[in-house]
Design a protein around this ligand. Structure first.
Ligand code: AP5
Length: 216
C-alpha cells in the first residue's frame, strides 16, 4: 500500500502515519523527521536546512526530492510506505511522479486530513517530542505517564523549534500557498480521499483504516 498523507501543520499526520505504518508493516517516511535528524546530527544537509526550518519555510525542492529519491530506493519500501510531509508543492509532486514511474510503482491513495484552525492551534501549542526516540506527545491529549519524560526511554521531552507561534503562522501561510494546490493535483488523478481528522487519535485511526481498506 503506497500512501501519502496531506494536511496542514499539526493536523495529526505524523501521529497517524506512524500508527498506520506499524499496522500495515510498511515504513513511515517523514521528510520533516529526516531533516530534523540531519540537523541534530550536524550533517552537511542539517547545517543547510536548520535556518530554513526554524523560519517555517520549505527546504529547496532539489534537496528534498533527492532525499526522498534516496529513501524510496531502499528495499523496505517494496511493499509500500506511508509518506508524511512530502510532496509539499506541485514541483515536488511532479518529481515524485517521475520517481515512482522509474521505480515502476503507483500511488494507491492520497489522504487529506480535515481539521480546523482551533484544533491546529490546540494541537501544536501542546506538542512535545522525545528528542531521542522521536515519539510525539501532547501535554493534554497524549501526555507521557510521568511528568515531561518519554515513556520509552525517560528522556526529557522538548518543544519543537518550529512550534513557536510566529513560526507556526508562517508554516500555515506556506501550507496555504504551496501545499493546498496539491488537493486539486491529486483529485484530478483520482487519488484524493478525505479523512475527518477531528476527534480522538483512535477515532481518526479507525476512519483511516476504513478509507485504506475501501476498494474505491
Ligand atoms: P513537518 O515535520 O512535515 O511538519 P508539518 O507538516 O508542519 O506537520 P507537523 O509535524 O507539525 O504536524 P503533524 O500533522 O505531523 O501533527 P502531529 O501528528 O505531530 O515539517 C517541518 C519542516 O520541515 C517544514 O516546515 C519544512 O521546513 C521542512 N520540510 C518537511 N518536509 C518538507 C518538504 N517536503 N519540502 C520542503 N521542506 C520540508 O500532531 C500534532 C500534535 O497534536 C501532537 O502533539 C499530537 O500528539 C497531537 N494530536 C495528534 N492527533 C490528535 C488528535 N486526534 N486529537 C488530539 N491531539 C492530537
Amino acid at each position: 500500500m503506497r500512501l501519502v498523507f496531506l494536511g496542514p501543520p499539526g493536523a495529526g499526520k505524523g501521529t497517524q502515519a506512524a500508527r498506520v505504518a506499524r499496522h500495515l508493516g510498511i515504513p513511515h517516511i517523514a521528510t520533516g523527521d529526516i531533516f530534523r535528524q540531519a540537523v541534530e546530527a550536524g550533517t552537511p544537509i542539517g547545517l543547510r536546512v536548520k535556518e530554513v526550518m526554524d523560519h517555517g519555510e520549505l527546504v529547496s525542492d532539489e534537496m528534498t526530492n533527492e532525499v526522498v529519491r534516496e529513501r524510496m530506493a531502499l528495499d523496505d519500501t517494496e511493499n509500500g510506505f506511508v509518506l508524511d510531509g512530502y510532496p509539499r508543492n506541485v514541483e515536488q509532486a511532479l518529481a515524485f511522479e517521475e520517481n515512482l514511474k522509474e521505480l515502476g510503482v503507483k500511488l494507491d491513495k492520497v489522504i487529506k486530513f480535515m481539521v480546523n484552525g482551533p484544533a491546529i492551534v490546540q494541537r501544536l501549542s501542546g506538542r512535545r517530542i522525545c528528542p531521542l526516540c522521536k515519539t510525539v506527545y501532547h501535554f493534554v491529549t497524549h501526555p507521557p505517564q510521568y511528568d515531561e519524560v518519554c515513556d520509552n526511554d525517560g528522556t526529557r521531552l522538548v518543544k519543537r523549534e518550529d512550534d513557536q507561534p510566529e513560526t507556526v503562522e508562517r508554516r500555515l501561510e506556506v501550507y496555504g500557498k504551496l501545499t493546498k494546490p496539491l488537493y486539486d493535483f491529486y483529485d484530478e488523478r483520482g487519488l484524493l480521499h478525505q479523512v475527518d481528522a477531528l476527534g480522538t487519535t483512535n477515532q481518526v485511526f479507525e476512519r483511516l483504516i476504513g478509507i485504506i481498506q475501501d476498494d474505491h
